[in-house]
Write a new protein. Structure first.
Length: 186
């Protein structure tokens, strides 16, 4: 299958590895499975942390990988130099918008403030019908258990318009997540 006919998935994740080796292992496995499953990825463009793990393994398994990097991070030399394409944006807002526009679904892996910001903006845009893209969380090693409990609390206390699981799905392993994407797009 040619790259231009493959579905692009927006990946939101950390530029650090975190303390649990499972985070990197799951990111690497997800990159491998996305490549083998016929998907390309759009992500933050860094070579660091689990961003680098998923990009390297996606590239090694046939994915075209597009990095979206704000100019300020380019100046810090965090960019991945082996990508299929690197798009430089003026700021973080343009980065997020570009990732949302290019990706047909969003996948959230472990990460820090930036990852949460991206996930919540995508959820908010979904709720406001700015887009209707599926959002998947890879809950490696229970990383998102506390956040998921809080999202359910938001629902239980009446602050969400729809059930939280209408907007997102969670997966305990990369295989489950890729199977869901294959089901979504086939």
């Amino acid at each position: 299958m040619q790259s231009d006919s493959r579905t692009k998935i927006a990946i939101f994740c950390g530029s650090k590895h975190g303390n649990n080796p499972l985070f990197s292992a799951d990111a690497a496995k997800l990159g491998e499975l996305l490549g083998k499953g016929g998907f390309d990825i759009v992500y933050g463009g860094s070579h660091k942390g689990i961003m680098g793990d998923i990009a390297n393994n996606a590239l090694a398994n046939g994915s075209a990988v597009t990095g979206i990097l704000p100019r300020v991070l380019l100046e810090w030399e965090h960019q991945h130099n082996g990508l299929t394409e690197l798009i430089i944006t003026e700021d973080m807002h343009e980065r997020k918008r570009t990732m949302y526009e290019l990706g047909k679904a969003g996948v959230v892996l472990p990460g820090g403030f930036g990852t949460l910001d991206e996930m919540f903006e995508m959820l908010t845009w979904n709720q406001l019908s700015i887009h209707d893209k599926k959002i998947h969380i890879l809950n490696s090693g229970g990383f998102y258990n506390h956040l998921i409990a809080h999202l359910e609390y938001l629902q239980d206390t009446g602050f969400l318009y729809d059930p939280i699981w209408k907007r997102i799905t969670q997966h305990e392993n990369p295989e489950s997540l890729v199977n869901a994407l294959i089901s979504d797009f086939n």
